[in-house]
Design a binder for this molecule. Structure first.
Ligand SMILES: *Cc1c(COP(=O)(O)O)cnc(C)c1O
Length: 432
């Protein structure tokens, strides 16, 4: 920062106390320089510390930048590109739909939306679906549904049990439900009506049940994504299902990241025998076309009536066809089995190559949702991997997160291991 100031012979406002790290980040420096020197400067709000790369096109699990450099995509736009990039049948289905209709309105019947709802309910055994455009919107719908369910039972101040390290989105209600102070700081007052307990701790939930008669629901991710690929004990959801039944609470699962085949089942909770009352989906549902869903069953079904909730774009013909085609291709090409197989191959390979490396704390995951926890912050690895042509992510400071698309082959997974493992081992050996 200081150097740039000298080189360009201009002065900069001094950083505010305590914000030095932020101030000197690549993007901020570029912005401030740009403002002073009238250079090119983005007019985007500064909400992302973006990596200095832009992609021009993709094919399968590969992306290319403007210079022709190729990248192996082990992140899929954060679990979004379920079918990889430029999938031929998906592209053709979207093109055909765009040529017919993109949007009408929820004022009218939308047959594509009804087909999608039928399909989602057939796969999940849920009963009804509200369609929206993102994960936070799906969770907003779930939170509103739980509150209405409570009011209908005569509970005036309904509250929802949520988890430490949870991530449910960035809108006011969902950031309030999120268990991460960084997401909440500066946006107080938070939305009331959430009670927080540690993840994977049934006793903590039983204690809340004893003291709080206003609870109407529990909201939990079957696998925490942003929280660091954290898993529940295999019996947790079954026991939580029983607790919810005893107290007439809704069991609400946020499967925005772990749903849509990623773990080797359509939905992560299907590794257990339980059925939730509410489930939310988004990320991978439309393979990149924005679409989210809030599903309800049992005592949660029928809660929303006309006028209670809505969305202008939600479930429009284009988004519905994107989701329906994603689900159909997953089925036709047996990609759930592929996710389980390639996921096992990756986890086994990671164990073989990294278990003996000092600094690797844990390798965990299910299907193609994989975390490698290190004993130190490792955000730097994202840039090192990028330089080598590999796209990964780090979450919860010290967990390398892999979310490959479900079309990954075993050969491509082998390439991923060959690129990633030496990088991680070197990083840890350097003692950074
Ligand atoms: C990403 C995510 C969300 C938020 O989804 P958006 O589409 O970004 O609003 C909610 N819950 C979970 C588990 C997520 O991973």
């Amino acid at each position: 920062m200081f150097l740039s100031a000298l080189v360009f012979g201009v002065t900069f406002p001094l950083p505010r106390k305590g914000s030095l790290a932020q101030y000197t980040s690549f993007n901020q420096t570029k912005r401030r320089l740009g403002r002073r020197l009238s250079l090119y400067m983005s007019h985007l709000m500064n909400t992302y510390a973006r990596l200095p790369v832009a992609f021009t096109h993709g094919e399968g699990v590969w992306l290319w930048d403007g210079s022709g450099k190729r990248y192996l995509d082990a992140l899929s736009g954060i679990a979004v590109n379920t079918l990889g990039h430029a999938h031929p049948r998906f592209t053709a289905a979207l093109a055909a739909q765009i040529g017919k209709l993109i949007h009408t309105s929820n004022i009218y019947q939308v047959p594509e939306q009804e087909q999608l709802a039928d399909k989602l309910c057939a796969l999940s055994k849920m009963q009804e679906v509200f369609l929206c455009n993102s994960g936070c919107e799906a969770n907003e719908a779930a939170i509103k549904l739980a509150r209405l369910y409570g009011h209908n039972k005569g509970i005036d101040n309904p509250s929802i049990i949520v988890m430490e390290k949870a991530f449910h989105g960035r809108t006011l209600a969902t950031l309030s439900a999120t268990g991460n102070r960084k997401v909440q700081a500066g946006f107080e007052p938070l939305v009331k009506g959430f009670v927080r307990v540690p993840y994977d701790d049934l006793d903590a939930i039983r204690q809340v049940a004893e003291h709080n008669a206003d609870v109407v629901a529990v909201l939990v991710e079957p696998i925490q994504g942003e929280g660091g690929i954290r898993m529940l004990d295999i019996h947790y959801l079954e026991q939580l299902r029983q607790i919810c039944n005893q107290h007439n609470w809704l069991l609400m699962l946020d499967e925005v990241q772990c749903g849509i085949g990623r773990t080797g089942k359509w939905f992560a909770h299907q590794h257990t025998g339980i059925l939730p009352d509410v489930m939310t989906l988004a990320k991978g549902l439309g393979s990149g076309v924005p679409v989210g869903a809030c599903l309800a069953a049992g005592k949660a079904a029928g809660t929303f009536q006309p006028g209670n909730h809505g969305s202008t774009f939600g479930g429009n013909p284009l988004a519905s066809v994107a989701a329906l085609t994603t689900l159909n291709i997953l089925e036709q090409d047996a990609l759930l089995a592929n996710a389980a197989m390639v996921g096992n191959f990756l986890v086994q390979g990671l164990h073989e190559r990294l278990d003996q490396v000092a600094g690797v704390i844990a390798i965990r995951g299910q299907g193609l949702m994989i975390g490698i926890e290190l004993n130190r912050p490792c955000g730097e690895l994202v840039k090192l991997a990028l330089a080598q042509g590999l796209l990964i992510n780090v979450t919860a400071d010290s967990v390398i997160r892999l979310l490959p698309s479900l079309v990954f082959t075993q050969a491509e997974a082998q390439q991923l291991l060959d690129m990633l493992c030496p990088l991680v081992a070197d990083f840890l050996r350097r003692g950074a």
